[in-house]
Design a protein around this ligand. Structure first.
Ligand code: SF4
Length: 128
């Protein structure tokens, strides 16, 4: 074994360590959200405040799985529709509460409580 072999072996070992370190750094960045930008969760501050003033909100997601909450966020569900004439109450997918008005209904797509004045990007006009 001569010095040339040792230095070549040493070089290859160092190269593989850098490779592992590079993969580790990429994984760490990905886990920390440093990779791709995720779409920001919408924060409908003003409409939400309006819904709260009306007496009830349907934004409690405490009983939902993480996946259901993510879907709700991805579809940009909000208690107060930003789209004139498009609300959950006139959406084909809305299921009103079994009891009186003033309570949250449900939806066949978005899990969790759904406000009749709410909206999401899956809105579809209820057939007449
Ligand atoms: Fe509301 Fe969207 Fe469900 Fe329609 S699909 S009822 S707009 S949450």
């Amino acid at each position: 074994m001569d010095n040339k072999d040792i230095s070549r072996r040493d070089f290859i070992q160092r190269l593989s360590l850098f490779g592992v370190a590079g993969v580790g750094a990429a994984s760490l960045l990905s886990a920390c959200g440093g990779g791709e930008q995720q779409p920001a969760t919408p924060a409908p501050a003003a409409p939400q405040a309006a819904a709260e003033e009306e007496g009830f909100t349907c934004m409690d997601t405490s009983g939902l799985t993480e996946m259901e909450v993510n879907m709700r966020n991805q579809l940009q569900y909000t208690d107060t529709s930003p789209e004139e004439g498009k609300t959950c109450s006139n959406c084909a997918l809305y299921q009103p509460p079994a009891t009186a008005d003033g309570q949250c209904g449900t939806c066949t797509v978005v899990k969790g409580p759904i406000h009749p004045d709410g909206y999401c990007t899956s809105w579809a006009l209820k057939p007449a």
